[in-house]
Design a protein around this ligand. Structure first.
Ligand code: ADP
Ligand code: MG
Length: 230
């Protein structure tokens, strides 16, 4: 029996930057993702995808609702426990790669291990293996500016997976890539999913969503299709 890994129940998110005009962005969103699934969350620009990703990634809190990750009640955690949970459970991939521009590919990949307190030698060894796994052994000493978009995203994927998180969470991972590089990124996601990683990929592009096994549609901050099973 597959178990539910990500369980969002009746999530609301309202932004109110100046305290005068509350903007409702997520409106009663319920969705469940099982361990080992590969899902796409698809919707047009402005529909609330990134807001939802930030909540799933424990980077932002909902205004109301319930959120469980495995057995853990996410919304009851303090800042420290939340960042622990995030580091342990989730690898992030963003549209614009978010690599440190002055660090080599290898140093970028090794960075999460530095935060985890690992020594330099072991860090770089693991980072080399991770770069190897995305086919970039020969680019270890390159700076991000010396890499193509597709190579940058593969470095970002190696960094996301270096701590062996259960979940790969990606926001428009192919949004800045040409179609050939996009395909390579999709092949890597599929490989990782076959290795047991739960993949949640956010996209506005149907041809990218097609790579997932299930598509959840979001429209104006509401789940339009494919959300909660129950
Ligand atoms: P998507 O990723 O689907 O394009 P977003 O989640 O980024 O959509 O944004 C959904 C809506 O929420 C947009 O109307 C946006 O203007 C609004 N929004 C997002 N972040 C904020 C914020 N920090 N403050 C106010 N409004 C926001
Ligand atoms: Mg977005």
């Amino acid at each position: 029996m597959a178990e539910v890994l990500i369980d969002l129940r009746h999530i609301f998110k309202t932004y109110d930057p100046d305290g005068k005009a509350p903007v409702p962005v997520l409106n009663d969103v319920s969705l469940q993702v099982e361990t080992g699934e590969y899902v796409a969350i698809m919707g047009p620009s402005g529909s609330g995808k990134s807001t939802l990703m930030n909540i799933i990634g424990c980077l932002d809190l909902p205004t109301a609702g319930e959120f469980y990750m495995g057995n853990e009640n996410v919304l009851e955690k303090n800042e420290n426990d939340l960042s622990d949970l995030r580091n342990r459970m989730i690898g992030f991939v963003f549209q614009n790669f978010n690599l440190l521009p002055r660090e080599t590919a290898l140093e970028n990949v090794a960075l999460p291990l530095l935060y985890a307190g690992m020594g330099r030698k072991e860090r770089l060894e693991k980072a080399r293996a991770a770069l190897d796994a995305v086919g970039l052994s020969d680019r270890a000493e390159f700076l991000p500016t010396q890499l193509s978009g597709g190579q940058k995203q593969r470095v970002a994927i190696a960094r996301a997976m270096i701590n062996h998180p259960s979940i790969l969470l990606a926001d428009e991972p192919t949004g800045a890539l040409d179609s050939a590089s996009g395909r390579q990124v999709m092949e890597l996601f599929r490989e990782l999913n076959q290795q047991g990683v739960t993949v949640v990929m956010i996209t506005h592009a149907p041809e990218i969503a097609e790579n997932a096994d299930r598509t959840i549609r979001i429209l104006d901050g509401r789940i339009a299709e494919g959300g909660a099973e129950a």
